[in-house]
Write a new protein. Structure first.
Length: 124
């Protein structure tokens, strides 16, 4: 079975955060798997999420975990509660604070970390 990545590119909708719904029991989960984590069935349907949510927690890292990140420090890592009920981790601006409304933005390859930017005041 060819499994999609949790953050798959969509040609018609641009980039999207994807989740999966079991057609047998209806359970929704975020990460691509070959089976439903609730009932074990294999008939899963992907669906797009808005990518918008509220920051639950944030930390700023000042040390690079790998050489690839040395040019990025300092950078913020945020836990974001998406409007659809899933909690995801991604990068955000250094000044993002818990409670802020954010939206996912896609930069680079589909296996890059999610990036979040604050929503405009009118969108909050």
């Amino acid at each position: 079975m060819d499994l999609p990545t949790p953050r798959a590119k969509s040609i018609s909708e641009g980039s999207a955060v994807r989740a999966y719904r079991c057609t047998d029991c209806g359970f929704e989960h975020l990460y691509a798997r070959g089976f439903c984590p609730r009932c074990g069935k294999t008939d899963l349907q992907p669906f797009s999420l808005s990518g918008e949510g509220r920051v639950a927690s944030v930390t700023v890292l000042h040390r690079a975990p790998t050489p690839e990140y040395e040019s990025k420090v300092p950078y913020a890592v945020a836990l974001v509660d998406l409007d659809e009920g899933f909690r995801v981790m991604g990068h955000g601006p250094l000044d993002v604070v818990p409670g802020a409304r954010v939206s996912a933005v896609f930069e680079g390859s589909s296996d890059a970390p999610l990036n979040f930017q604050p929503l405009a005041k009118a969108d909050q």
